[in-house]
Design a protein. Structure first.
Length: 180
């Protein structure tokens, strides 16, 4: 299985979003990537956001795309420092990422870890020593995935665009090692 996974991602290239890239295709990838959450009645914003929402969200940070040839298979958008809403349980100056997505057929290949490592690296390069994210507290597998990568719970939050309580997760980034 590991050989099949590595052959699937061996020619995946990761690069910044550029003018001319299809935001429609990115939106479709987000919808597919978050569909299992929607099926579990967890309404992640990325599971239903419009093309205009995607455009707005990628403009707020650096959007990175993973592609195998012409096929878009992953993405992540990063920002550091990240502007936190008042009362959000995280330190000022932390960086964040959103729209971390991997096409369902690429799950288990290490692509998600690769995009997470890129997000942490970019956040550190942009000057933040910490990264903060949030996700549905009900998405136990996903929360566990982040915890296994060094994220710790620092509180909870409720967004108006979702139907669940979020767990807020924080990771200290190690200079030169990006927390890995």
């Amino acid at each position: 299985m590991a050989d099949a996974a590595s052959s699937l991602t061996s020619d995946v290239q990761v690069r910044r979003l550029i003018v001319g890239d299809s935001v429609e295709e990115l939106t479709a990838l987000l919808h597919r990537s978050y569909a299992d959450h929607a099926e579990a009645s967890r309404v992640f914003f990325a599971s239903y956001q419009s093309v205009q929402d995607t455009e707005r969200r990628v403009r707020r940070g650096e959007c990175w795309l993973a592609a195998r040839g012409a096929e878009l298979v992953g993405s992540v958008t990063v920002k550091a420092p990240y502007s936190l809403p008042e009362g959000y349980p995280a330190p000022a100056g932390a960086g964040s990422f959103w729209q971390l997505a991997v096409a369902p057929e690429y799950r288990g290949t290490g692509l998600g870890q690769r995009l997470l490592a890129l997000a942490e690296e970019r956040i550190a390069v942009l000057g933040s020593a910490q990264v903060v994210i949030d996700t549905s507290a009900e998405a136990v597998d996903l929360v566990g995935w982040y915890r296994r990568r060094g994220y710790v719970s620092v509180g909870s939050w409720r967004w108006s665009v979702t139907n669940y309580e979020s767990v807020v997760l924080l990771k200290e980034l190690v200079p030169g090692g990006y927390g890995l």
